[in-house]
Design a protein around this ligand. Structure first.
Ligand code: ATR
Length: 270
């Protein structure tokens, strides 16, 4: 049977095995998908061993995404742009292909939720790995503009100069204007129940606020946005399911339905 793993440290709470097993059932694919806790020093050796044993691919999570990027023998354009890999495909020629499906997961979820991106003005708060990974897939949706802002402004500037795209710009937090349709919080602030320091008027005028984080309750960022009158607030659970669906498609050549899995995960969370 074709074998797949999600690899990380920690990994105990990963929802990926449940998600991929559900996709396999729904699409009638015979495959095995498990999670593996790998020691920090053992990552590369573990991957090589899994490949040698006939493994077909892996999902990679914290803290190994950059090391998977280095390890891959080939990279997709979106993985190159992200500087990180969350999906490894063990090809028949033995070469390991590295891809990054996180950005597609975000874009797919936004579109599934009815959020328009074409000709819209998008603000990304945060300039870490999560922001970097979603820039190219968002640009492909032809928004009017993507503005990156960050607590440490130099990192936002760095992303702007790296991508060198006419629709992409960076603005310091304190200089943002109330002019965005869609605001995406890519910071890890929500994980510690903190808000990025953005003026309320900037948030209040958006049509949709998206938080890449999720939990059993709305994140503080989404609660704040809702209180300020933002019509649509969406957390990152759909992005998690979406990135998994895109990995599954790459491995198996079939696109699974995401709505049922997402509904079950939502139910489990609450
Ligand atoms: P990830 O890969 O999840 O993006 P990361 O690369 O460590 O993680 O980046 C975390 C992002 O969250 C950064 O943009 C960080 O801002 P700094 O670059 O200034 O550190 C942002 N962040 C984390 N905690 C924050 C907080 N309390 N307020 C605002 N931004 C925060």
């Amino acid at each position: 049977m074709d074998k797949y793993l999600v690899i990380g440290n920690p990994i105990a709470h990963s929802k990926s095995p449940y998600i991929h097993q559900s996709f396999a059932k729904e699409t009638q694919q015979t495959m095995d998908y498990q999670k593996a806790l790998v020691e920090i020093d053992d990552f590369e050796a573990f991957i090589q061993q899994f490949q040698a044993q006939g493994g077909r691919g892996c999902n990679i999570t914290v803290p190994f995404k950059e090391r998977a990027f280095e390890l891959a023998g080939q990279l997709t354009p979106r993985a190159k742009a992200a500087g990180a890999v969350n999906t490894l495909i063990f090809q028949n020629d033995g070469i390991i292909l590295g891809d990054n499906t996180d950005g597609q997961g975000l874009v797919g979820d936004l579109l599934n939720q009815g959020v328009e991106l074409k000709s819209k003005r998008i603000l990304i708060i945060g300039a870490g790995g999560a922001a970097r990974g979603c820039i190219l897939p968002l640009l492909e949706q032809a928004p009017t503009s993507i503005t990156i802002t960050n607590r440490t402004y130099s990192k936002a500037q760095q992303l702007e100069s790296e991508f060198e795209h006419s629709a992409l710009n960076s603005v310091p937090l304190s200089e943002l204007k109330a002019e965005f349709d869609v605001i995406i919080n890519s910071t890890s602030a929500s994980l510690s129940n903190r808000l990025p320091e953005v003026e309320e008027s900037v948030i209040a005028t958006a049509h949709c606020c998206y938080d890449m984080a999720y939990g059993n309750e709305p994140t503080c960022f989404l609660t704040w946005a809702k209180d300020l009158g933002v019509a649509q607030t969406v957390d990152g659970l759909g992005m998690l399911v979406g990135q998994a669906a895109e990995s599954f498609r790459l491995w198996r050549g079939v696109t699974p339905q995401t709505s049922k899995v997402l509904a079950t995960l939502r139910e489990q969370l609450s």
